[in-house]
Design a binder for this molecule. Structure first.
Ligand code: HEC
Ligand code: HEC
Length: 128
C-alpha cells in the first residue's frame, strides 16, 4: 500500500508537468479499446495512466514512438515488447528504492536515472 501511495505521488507530480505542456489534454486516457485495464501487475487502475504519461518525457520517447516504445498499438495489455516487461520491472525497482528512504517520501523517479534518455549513463562523460 505504501509503495502504491508513493507511485501516486510520483505520478501526480509528473502529471502536473504533463498537463502544463499538454494544455490539459486527456489524449490516450483510456486503454487500447477504451475498456478497463486487463493486465496490471504493479500499478492500479486509479494511478496507472498518470504513470504512463510520465514515462514519455522521463525516458525521452517523443521521437521514439511515444507510448509505442513499450506497447504494440493494437493491444496495450499485451506483454509483447521487452521494453514493457523491462519497464514493469523498473516500476517495482523504483518502488523498492523509495521504500528504503526513512522519511517515506518519493525521492527517486524514472527521471532520476533516465534524464530524458532510454539509456542512463553509468559513468560521467570523459573530462578532457
Ligand atoms: C516505458 C514503457 C511504457 C510506456 C512509454 C507506456 N507504457 Fe503503458 N504500460 C507499461 C507497463 C509496464 C504497463 C503494465 C503496468 C502493470 O503491470 O501494472 C502498462 C500498461 C498500460 C495500459 C493497461 C493495459 C491493460 O489492459 O492492462 C494501458 C492502457 C497503457 N499502458 C497505455 C499507455 C499509454 C496511453 C501510454 C503513452 C501515454 C503508455 N502506456 C506508455 C509501460 C509503458
Ligand atoms: C536506478 C536507476 C534507474 C531508475 C530509477 C529507472 N531506470 Fe530504467 N534503466 C536503468 C538502466 C541503467 C537501464 C539500462 C539497463 C541495461 O542496459 O540493460 C534502464 C533501462 C530501461 C528500459 C529499457 C530501455 C531500452 O532501450 O530497451 C526501460 C523501458 C526503462 N529502463 C524504464 C524505466 C521506467 C519506466 C522507470 C521508472 C518507473 C525507470 N526505468 C527507472 C536505470 C534506471
Amino acid at each position: 500500500m505504501r509503495k502504491i501511495l508513493l507511485m501516486v505521488a510520483v505520478a501526480m507530480l509528473a502529471a502536473l508537468v504533463m498537463f502544463a505542456q499538454d494544455k490539459g489534454g486527456k489524449g490516450g486516457a483510456k486503454g487500447g479499446k477504451g475498456g478497463p485495464p486487463k493486465n496490471l501487475k504493479v500499478l492500479t487502475p486509479e494511478n496507472y495512466m498518470d504513470n504512463m504519461r510520465a514515462f514519455v518525457p522521463a525516458l525521452g520517447l517523443a521521437d521514439k514512438g511515444g507510448c509505442n516504445f513499450c506497447h504494440v498499438a493494437d493491444d496495450r495489455s499485451a506483454d509483447t515488447k521487452q521494453e514493457k516487461v523491462m519497464a514493469r520491472m523498473m516500476i517495482q525497482m523504483v518502488g523498492d528504492i523509495n521504500s528504503k528512504f526513512p522519511d517515506g517520501k518519493v525521492h527517486v523517479t524514472c527521471f532520476t536515472c533516465h534524464r530524458g534518455s532510454t539509456e542512463p549513463s553509468t559513468a560521467p562523460p570523459a573530462a578532457n
